[in-house]
Design a binder for this molecule. Structure first.
Ligand code: HEM
Length: 325
């Protein structure tokens, strides 16, 4: 459901038209299965230039490729519809894609061609939905595994608002515990846990030197988020979910310079603010209105929560029961 929620939010904000996967079960299955395949293939694809030609066909079944294609077709279809609607036709104005359609290439002053826009449509859909739903899944799993933490968050949200209509992102930003819970979720299991590659550029003085290591131009280097986030040099009890470490005056070590769930530098995440907005609103609205619990608490606690690194995280399914407060 979190996958469908983030897909609906993304399609609405990005293309001005919601895919409505929360309500449409068939569509939900097709898109979410396609997303899963897409995530599974992305790491292999990223390293394929090093592999002999033709190997792609051996490692991926035709069905998986077709399933993944559905997501790409959906993104391109939404983009084409957006172009056809023009400036007036959107359900809501000011969506992300309308800005891209009006953008000019800095070198030529010309608009971006359709091929580039297609790439952007697919990137936005994949980068903007699966990451956020992974972050929310991680956070909710840890809240359910730590009832005291869930209670603190619920008290903060319910003590601040007297009706669900009052819950707005602007005021949520000043809730310290909510912010701490989100940061802790992004730390303990970042949606992009592995190596984010960068290439050493060829500029004076030539080699890049880090400590005792020398990297010539052209070398691919990178740092894994998870190796920073779970390092006890930077965070006390790194494998424990403790949002308190992010609160002012906490005695727990929490080195913010070693925290980079959205990467750093000019190619860092463009959707970071949107992600914080989405996560804050979703969590606050959930704890205000619903009571969540694991369907099978013994199994969840025994297995723990872990993801597989495939550039972005491949997450397990978490079964949750929902009741109204
Ligand atoms: C919790 C949620 C999110 C996390 C953890 C996350 C993480 C990241 C990371 C680590 C990168 C850098 C990848 C690299 O350097 O190669 C990235 C790039 C990007 N993200 Fe996010 N992201 C999130 C949500 C979003 C959302 C909601 C959007 C909105 C559409 C978005 C759009 C993008 C785009 C467009 C890029 C590419 C930037 C570029 O290449 O210049 N992300 N994200």
């Amino acid at each position: 459901m979190l996958g469908a929620l983030s897909m609906d939010i993304l399609s609405d904000l990005c293309f001005g038209k919601c895919f409505d996967t929360l309500n449409n079960e068939k569509e939900r299955d097709l898109i979410l299965e396609g997303m899963e395949k897409s995530v599974q293939m992305v790491l292999k694809e990223g390293t394929m230039h090093r592999w002999p030609k033709g190997i792609w066909d051996y490692i991926h079944s035709k069905e998986d490729v077709v399933k993944r294609k559905y997501v790409y077709q959906k993104a391109i279809g939404a983009m084409m519809e957006r172009i056809q609607r023009g400036d007036e036709g959107g359900e809501r104005g000011g969506d992300i894609f309308s800005n891209l359609l009006h953008a000019k290439q800095p070198e030529t002053g010309k608009p971006y061609d359709q091929r580039e826009l297609m790439g952007e449509a697919i990137l936005l859909l994949v980068a903007g939905s699966d990451t956020t739903s992974t972050a929310l899944t991680v956070i909710i799993w840890h809240l359910l595994a730590n009832p005291e933490t869930m209670q603190k968050l619920t008290s903060e949200v319910c003590g601040t608002y007297s009706s669900v209509e009052d819950i707005k992102y602007q005021s949520l930003q000043s809730l310290p515990y909510l912010h701490a819970v989100i940061e802790e979720g992004l730390r303990i299991c970042p949606p992009s846990p592995g190596l984010i590659p960068r290439v050493v550029v060829d500029r004076s003085p030539g080699n890049l030197v880090i400590g005792d290591h020398v990297f010539p131009p052209g070398t691919e280097i990178g740092v894994c988020n998870i190796s920073l986030h779970l390092n006890s040099k930077y965070f006390d009890n790194p494998k424990t979910f403790q949002p308190e470490r992010w609160l002012q005056d906490s005695a727990l070590k929490c080195n913010k310079t070693a925290f980079s769930p959205f990467s750093l530098g000019p190619r860092a995440c463009l959707g970071r603010n949107m992600a914080y907005m989405e996560m804050s609103l979703t969590l606050a609205l959930l704890v205000y209105q619903l009571k969540l619990s694991f369907t099978n608490p013994e199994k969840e606690l025994q297995d723990g929560f872990d993801v597989e690194d495939a550039f972005v995280a491949l997450k397990p399914k978490v079964r949750v029961q929902v009741a109204k407060v």
